[in-house]
Ligand binder design. Structure first.
Ligand code: SF4
Length: 116
């Protein structure tokens, strides 16, 4: 591998192809076409889904939450800080928006469970 190439492990499916992206953004090592946009995104601005929990007022058990789209990886520690300070009130519907447009990213934090 030259210093101008990057290795990227595709996380789109469990096969986990190890791809190579060259400096002129040519992708190889992908078994299927879905790996290409993933590899290019990973080189430009890596993104991840985030799952976490938030406190529920008056309850011991926290509420599981997640991003409704992938979010830039470098923002995840900042989002986790916000989620640690977040307290929700029951009831909460499944998929309810807990934090809209977190950090101005256009991504919402939504409930992964129903809370009665
Ligand atoms: S390139 Fe295609 S087959 Fe390989 S891990 Fe990605 S989605 Fe799966």
């Amino acid at each position: 591998m030259s210093s101008n190439e990057r290795k990227v492990t595709c996380l789109v499916c469990p096969r986990g192809c190890i791809m190579t992206v060259t400096s002129d953004l040519k992708v190889s090592g992908n078994f299927c076409a879905r790996g290409i946009p993933y590899a290019l995104q990973e080189v430009k601005e890596p993104k991840r889904n985030l799952t976490y929990v938030v406190k529920v007022a008056g309850k011991e058990t926290p509420l599981p939450v997640r991003t409704d789209e992938m979010i830039a990886k470098h923002l995840i520690p900042e989002v986790v800080k916000i989620l640690r300070q977040t307290v929700v009130q029951a009831p909460v519907a499944f998929n309810a928006v807990i934090i809209e447009n977190v950090l101005g990213t256009g991504v919402n934090i939504i409930s992964s469970a129903e809370l009665k």
